[in-house]
Structures are given as structure tokens and as C-alpha cells.
Design a protein around this ligand. Structure first.
Ligand SMILES: [Zn+2]
Length: 473
């Protein structure tokens, strides 16, 4: 037998102050889908997610609540973990950047970068967004402020800091991206965007803060803490170093992220790894955003959608289906609760749900010798290689669900006698198609896949309850 292939997939670690919303859910669900897909292919999978817990914003919130930052973090970190457990997300480890084992790896890595001559003391003068926990460059600004956060979050900052020689790695990064046949930055549009920004010139970056106490102290200068982004990015590597038997999992096979953090993951993180002499991740996939009924999602508009809101309406598998079938790939995807209801009803309650109950009822008492499906369809694999999840879902519906419905309507087995050859044939075909559907859909909807398989694998029984209950108005 071939040596088992490893597959290491990550989501960004979410900022602990945030409340889980559909944006976080999207990245986490794709990671879950990719992990399940690769597990079913027989790969050895490590799926990492977690929370980013340092920085000024966290310290401020803790103070507001009258708590020590660590106590505050311990209190609210379970929010994200619970959201993912409630969504049946099969992560292997949940990392928190306040974990002392992570902190140790961060210090060791930074020390290596320092010993390598890539860190120097300098003066930072410029704008900083407390909301983003990020130094703002010209290209980040709209009317001189951070466009994502309230204007008062953009502050003037003058500080003596430690700087990382990011510019030193720019030629190497350009060469790497230009010569890269595997397209490690995907999709192509993002690769071009990164490349042109790199060619436009890049400054060194400040990687420490003098006035932020809630962070990991700089190993050689305890008056400063490590910049929260520098600390956070290292989680992808650190987890492999301290989670049992995961050392060989570095480099990551796939980092998944939203487009707002493209630069950190495709340039800064890569340069840090080059400086520390570590392997680079094999692929970084960047997705776009959900728009909610034509508007950007924002706290101030009050149009945030939470994962709990979705599972209350559509169940766990229904939620994952809706997330994946409206997935914002290269372009933003416009969604809304009303349209989710329509899609759930059309695709799941009516189309797939009705087919399952119809075939189960007509085949009651029969058992067909159709084999359990264990290999993915080639075309389906191709969609997955391109992260075209909408395409993959459409393919399943066209190939196995819609054709089964069409055949049933053509043959009308309910008008034929129980032992009529044509009736048995068409039902056998439908059962075969449904078992293929079950296997392929199980990467997105694991419980549904299992349930369909249970109904059709042996002697078939009519359903007592529909798989996809109708939505209460
Ligand atoms: Zn901001």
C-alpha cells in the first residue's frame, strides 16, 4: 500500500472579540468540507482552527468588563469553539494564542528571525487602526482613515519598535510567485494582485509594540510585546509542534482565508517562514465575502447573520448546504435569509427530499444489490481541485438527482404492478443514484449522507419523517 498522504488544512484563527458570523462560518465550513473530502480519500488529515487572543482590543474589552485579560479570554474563547461544535465541524485541534506552548514556539521563531539579522530597532511614525490591530499604509486608507472601522479607531502612532526586514524577502517572493507552477496563491486574480503590490515596493514592518501590554514579550526586550499579527500567524506552525504526533504535518497543505487578510498570509507569513528557514505552505486559498441583501455585512447595519440563526432555521446540514451552494469564491456572493429559505425549500425539501421519500415508499420491502460507493466521481474531484463548490453541488444534482426525478416521471412506476420489470429497473437505478448522492454530499452534509445510506443499503423502508422538514413560516 502507498504511504498515506497527509493533508493539513487551517482556517484563520478568529479574533476572540468577534461574535461568530456567517463570514467566519463560511471559511470554517469549507475547511470542514475539505477535511472530510480528504479523509474519505484515505488521507491522514489535520484540521486546525482557533482563536487569536492578544492585542489592544482584547485588553480594552477586558478592562471594560473589569477582568484580567486572561480571565476575559478564558470566558469568551468557548464562543467560537461552541459555534463550530454546534455546526458539527470536525476540527482536530482548537488553538488559542494564549496557550503557553504556542507562546514558546512564537518566541523561538522570532529569536531565529532575530539571530538571522532580520530584526532591527526603528522608529514607527504613521497611522494605526486599533480595530484592525494593523499599521495602515497609503493603499489601506479611504479619506485618511481605515474604511472598515469607525474613524476614531485610526490613530497617529509614533513609537520606537522592532522592525522585520520584510523588504529583504520581496525579490525572493516575486520570483517564487512568478515561477510557481502549482499556483500556491489561488485564485489567479489574487495571485496577480499580490504580485503587482509586491512589485510596487514594500516597506519593512514593525513587529512589536511599546504600549500594548497584552501580548507576548519580545524575547530580548521585555519592554515590548510582539505585534499581535506576528504572534497569530505562527499558530499554523506552532500547533504542529506541540499537538501530539503532528510535527510532520508542517508545511500546511492548505490555508483558507477571506480576502481581507490576503497580504498577511501571502506575503508577511511567507517572509517570516523564509527568514526562520521553514517550509512554505503549499496552497493559500482566498475567498470573497457574503453580501447580505445587496449590502456589506456590518454591525452598524445590524445585518449580521450568525451560524446559530441559520441552524435554528435549516438544521446543521441544511446550513452547511446553503453556505456551500452560495459560496463566495472569486466574487462576493449576495445572500439573505429569505433567499436561503427559498433555496432550502427548492433544493432540499422539494427536490432531494421528495425524491428520497418517493423512492423509499415505492421500493418499500425491496432490497437492491447496489454497491456502497467509496470513490469520488472524477468530475467531482475536478470541481474540488478548483474550489468550485457551487459547481460540485450542481454536478451532483444534475447527474443523480434531477435525472432520477425525470426517469420516475417518465416511467411512472406507481402506475405499474409491483413486480413489473420496468418498475423494478427504474427504482434500482434511482437507489443507485441516491447512494452516489449520499457519498458525494456527505462531505458537506455528513448526517444526511449517512441517513440516505441507511435508508437504501438493505431492505428499504418508507420514511416516517421527511429528511428536510419544511420551514415554519
Ligand atoms: Zn480598521
Amino acid at each position: 500500500m502507498d504511504k498515506q498522504k497527509k493533508f493539513y488544512v487551517t482556517t484563520p484563527i478568529y479574533y476572540i472579540n468577534d461574535v461568530p458570523h456567517i463570514g467566519h462560518t463560511c471559511t470554517t465550513v469549507i475547511a470542514d468540507v475539505m477535511a472530510r473530502y480528504r479523509r474519505l480519500k484515505g488521507d491522514s488529515v489535520f484540521f486546525l482552527t482557533g482563536t487569536d487572543e492578544h492585542g489592544q482590543k482584547v485588553a480594552e474589552s477586558a478592562e471594560k468588563d473589569g477582568l484580567e485579560p486572561q480571565v476575559y479570554c478564558d470566558k469568551i474563547a468557548p464562543r467560537f469553539k461552541k459555534a463550530w461544535v454546534d455546526l458539527n465541524i470536525g476540527f482536530d485541534f482548537f488553538i488559542r494564542t494564549t496557550d503557553s506552548r504556542h507562546k514558546k514556539v512564537v518566541c523561538d521563531l522570532l529569536q531565529k528571525v532575530y539571530d538571522n539579522g532580520d530584526v532591527y530597532r526603528g522608529k514607527y511614525e504613521g497611522l494605526y487602526c486599533v480595530g484592525c490591530e494593523k499599521f495602515l499604509t497609503e493603499s489601506d486608507l479611504v479619506d485618511g482613515k481605515c474604511p472598515i472601522h469607525p474613524p476614531e479607531r485610526t490613530i497617529e502612532q509614533v513609537e520606537e519598535n522592532w522592525f522585520f526586514k520584510l523588504s529583504k524577502y520581496v525579490p525572493q517572493l516575486i520570483k517564487l510567485i512568478e515561477n510557481d507552477k502549482t499556483n500556491y496563491i489561488f485564485p489567479e486574480g489574487k495571485r496577480t494582485e499580490v504580485l503587482s503590490k509586491l512589485k510596487g515596493g514594500v516597506n519593512d514592518i514593525s513587529i512589536s509594540r511599546a504600549n500594548v501590554k497584552w501580548g507576548i514579550p519580545v524575547p530580548w526586550d521585555k519592554t515590548q510585546t510582539i505585534y499581535v499579527w506576528f504572534d497569530a500567524l505562527i499558530n499554523y506552525y506552532s500547533a504542529t509542534q506541540f499537538v501530539d504526533k503532528k510535527k510532520d504535518f508542517w508545511p500546511a497543505d492548505l490555508h483558507l482565508l477571506g480576502k481581507e487578510i490576503l497580504w498577511f498570509h501571502t506575503v508577511i507569513w511567507q517572509a517570516m517562514l523564509l527568514s526562520a528557514g521553514l517550509f512554505l505552505p503549499k496552497k493559500v486559498y482566498i475567498h470573497s465575502f457574503y453580501m447580505i441583501d445587496g449590502q456589506k455585512m456590518s454591525k452598524s447595519l445590524g445585518n449580521m447573520i450568525s451560524p446559530g440563526q441559520l441552524t435554528d432555521l435549516f438544521g446543521i446540514d441544511g446550513t452547511k448546504y446553503l453556505i456551500m451552494s452560495s459560496f463566495p469564491g472569486e466574487n462576493d456572493s449576495d445572500v439573505g435569509i429569505e433567499r436561503f429559505k427559498e433555496k432550502y425549500t427548492a433544493d432540499l425539501a422539494n427536490n432531494l427530499g421528495n425524491l428520497i421519500s418517493r423512492v423509499a415508499k415505492l421500493s418499500e420491502g425491496l432490497s437492491f444489490k447496489t454497491e456502497k460507493v467509496g470513490v469520488f466521481d472524477k468530475k467531482f474531484d475536478e470541481f474540488f481541485e478548483k474550489f468550485d463548490f457551487c459547481g460540485a453541488i450542481k454536478y451532483i444534482f444534475d447527474k443523480w438527482i434531477d435525472t432520477s426525478n425525470a426517469e420516475l416521471n417518465k416511467i411512472q412506476p406507481w402506475k405499474l404492478k409491483k413486480d413489473d420489470k420496468k418498475r423494478v429497473e427504474v427504482l434500482e437505478k434511482c437507489v443507485k443514484n441516491l447512494r452516489k448522492t449520499a457519498f458525494h454530499l456527505s462531505v458537506i452534509m455528513p448526517s444526511t449522507g449517512e441517513r440516505i445510506e441507511e435508508i437504501f443499503e438493505g431492505e428499504i423502508k418508507a420514511l416516517k419523517n421527511p429528511l428536510f422538514p419544511r420551514i415554519k413560516k
